[in-house]
Design a binder for this molecule. Structure first.
Ligand SMILES: [Zn+2]
Length: 312
């Protein structure tokens, strides 16, 4: 009895905010009409996930940190370029800080000209105003992260349907082994080029890809330090750039500085071993499922992000 009363009370409390959101999640003007207090309580994913367009009235800025922030003045990466095509157009996530968009364009063109890589298939950058997403990705929030497929662009323009349906090819057989039927030296050259740009802070790749690059690289190996092994990057890699000049409230991560300079030693051995992949404790089958964390509200993001969702 008490519990149902409590639930009813909670519903009453959350209803006005939810109703307001339903009418206005795509409408900056309606959000702007709300008090800062009620705005703060809205679920951040829904508000940012509902934005269809970037701010027009604000200068380009990355605000906050890669996994907790937003973006003003976002720019769209063209869905078709001379050396790239954007995939999964229905997601509307081909938005980024102009510096990120420029970097993806440059990588596409240079890799096609110089690396024998036939152009990029580009996955998610960010939402039009960045922020948390309703599905996928903890990061990609400030317009400085981009996913690029490890599958080269075909020699024709894909249809919208194909861009939804086609899957990238895995370049690994498992978490320790490359698939040399798929992997080529052009993959290695593409990753080296991306990691070598000054603006790039980190790349994320699946551990055996890092191992392959460590074996492959000759001469200057400093760029390898920026290539970080991480889960899930077996069909795409992730480019993260540094906070651009002018983004004064953007928070860089500590630079990637593996002890041995390249990360090809101890750090790679850790990722190629079992520790990161084996659950620490066996789950207790009798335990109650953990309570899901309440959704992040706008209050959890930098205050400037409320100006970003309400701006024209
Ligand atoms: Zn990513």
């Amino acid at each position: 009895m008490l519990r149902s009363l409590l639930v009813a009370a909670m519903l009453c409390l959350t209803l006005p905010a939810a109703a307001a959101l339903a009418q206005s999640e795509e409408d900056a003007a309606a959000l702007a009409a709300m008090s800062d207090k009620s705005l703060s309580k809205l679920p951040a994913k829904k508000v940012f996930g509902g934005q269809k367009l970037p701010t027009r009235s604000m200068k380009a800025r990355a605000i906050g940190s890669y996994a907790k922030g937003c973006m003003a003045g976002g720019k769209a990466l063209a869905v078709d370029g001379p050396a790239w095509q954007v995939m999964r157009l229905s997601r509307n996530r081909n938005w980024g800080h102009p510096k990120l968009v420029a970097l993806v364009e440059r990588l596409a063109i240079e890799a096609k000209e110089k690396d024998g890589w036939n152009g990029l298939l580009v996955g998610d950058l960010a939402q039009p105003r960045g922020g948390p997403m309703l599905s996928g990705h903890a990061s990609h929030q400030v317009g400085l992260d981009a996913d690029v497929w490890l599958t080269p662009m075909p020699n024709r323009t894909l249809t919208r349907r194909e861009r939804e349906d086609i899957s990238a090819k895995l370049v690994v057989k498992d978490r320790q082994t490359m698939d040399y039927k798929v992997w080529t030296e052009a993959h290695a050259r593409l990753l080296k080029r991306a990691a070598s740009y000054d603006e790039v802070a980190r790349l994320f790749v699946h551990p055996p890809i890092k191992a392959e690059l460590c074996k492959w690289a000759t001469g200057d190996r400093a760029w390898l330090g920026k290539v970080r092994p991480y889960y899930g990057h077996n069909y795409h890699f992730h480019i993260r750039i540094n906070c651009p000049a002018g983004s004064t409230t953007c928070k860089n991560q500590a630079p990637a500085r593996p002890k041995d300079g390249t990360g090809c030693g101890e750090e790679l051995a850790y990722w190629m071993g079992d520790v990161p992949w084996v659950p620490k404790k066996k789950p207790d089958p009798n335990a109650k499922p953990p309570k899901p964390a309440p959704p992040l509200t706008l209050a959890a993001l930098p205050a400037e992000c409320r100006a970003v969702v309400t701006a024209e």
